[in-house]
Write a protein that binds this ligand. Sequence first.
Ligand code: KG4
Ligand code: ZN
Length: 356
Amino acid sequence: MKILSVETSCDETGIAIVQANGGLKNPKFEILENLVATQIETHRPWGGVVPGLAKRDHEKNLPELFEKIKDKTENVDIIAVTVGPGLDPCLWTGVNFAKEIHKNNFPEAKLIGVNHMEGHLFSFLLAQETADDVWRVANSDIFPAIQLIVSGGHTMLVHMRSISEWEIVGETQDDAAGEAFDKVARMMGLPYPGGPEISKAAEKGNPKTVDFPRPMLNSNNHNFSFSGLKTAVLYHLKDISNKKKYDKLSFDLNDNQIQNISASFQEAAVDTLSKKTLKAAKEIKAKSIILSGGVAANSSLRGRLKKESENIEINFLSADAKYQTDNGVVIAVAAYMRHASNKKEYKIEAQPNLKI
Ligand code: KG4
Ligand code: ZN
């Protein structure tokens, strides 16, 4: 199956062409094209994603990206488009574009709506470690698994019983992990998006500088909360800076302070995410821990979960960083998996609050 996919749920415009085969038992993917037009420069002055500007950029980017890959679209079987969750105007831009190219260029192809979170959920199928070993999926050798999905909009633990059966066992009760990274970065005057900036600054900092809280670490459920950690950073910044009033502007800090606070905050976030993932993994006697979502690009989190998995001798599966932040490839993968599973299809319309 040749799949052309469109992703516009937030601030990255993604178009990809993926060749997929093997069905649910032996899914294999060959990436023919993977174009992502980032909107970082558009949103940076505002410190976060502005939906109206994101929509405008998607409208401009989509035809440009499509033009670049047009000569590889012969015999496309499936047009896949993200229908949710995400920002309503952005989702509509992608949906309308997909409908239009479906009608005008690929009337024979099937149009499939994709749940963005299933894109993250199935991204591990692109993991290099699994590439030679995809047969293990078929043989259920990797299931049951616990998957931690950490993005800018979501933080959840998913119990995967098989490649087609899963349930959410824990979720954040307030901020998503990526959102906490972004907000903390903003308080320290670091540019948007804050996750990669904190990660970079943390490399030079001492994680033991401040002992930030690990919210809900000892709760007897699998839920998360990151707003308390964010507030703890805010109070710390108030303590060490002259500016007593935090007025949506950032605090004035030197590089050394930024590096140490970044390292300490990252340590608290990674510690909480890893310990809670490990606890859930042990509870369900998982054979694998799977990591996905934009924050999975964080090398400290990846390294920690990989090590913890090795310690208890289970698999650790996670795709390259480029398939963690939003892109079209994982949308094509999710479309294929849904198609192969014979599950009910999603309506081709924007569904900002779609659940997995
Ligand atoms: O999955 P994603 O691209 O978009 C959503 O679906 O939300 O995730 C974006 C999030 C942002 O909050 C960004 O700051 C975070 O992922 N992120 C990171 C890193 N790279 C991206 N957070 C921590 N460390 C990173 N290296
Ligand atoms: Zn995402």
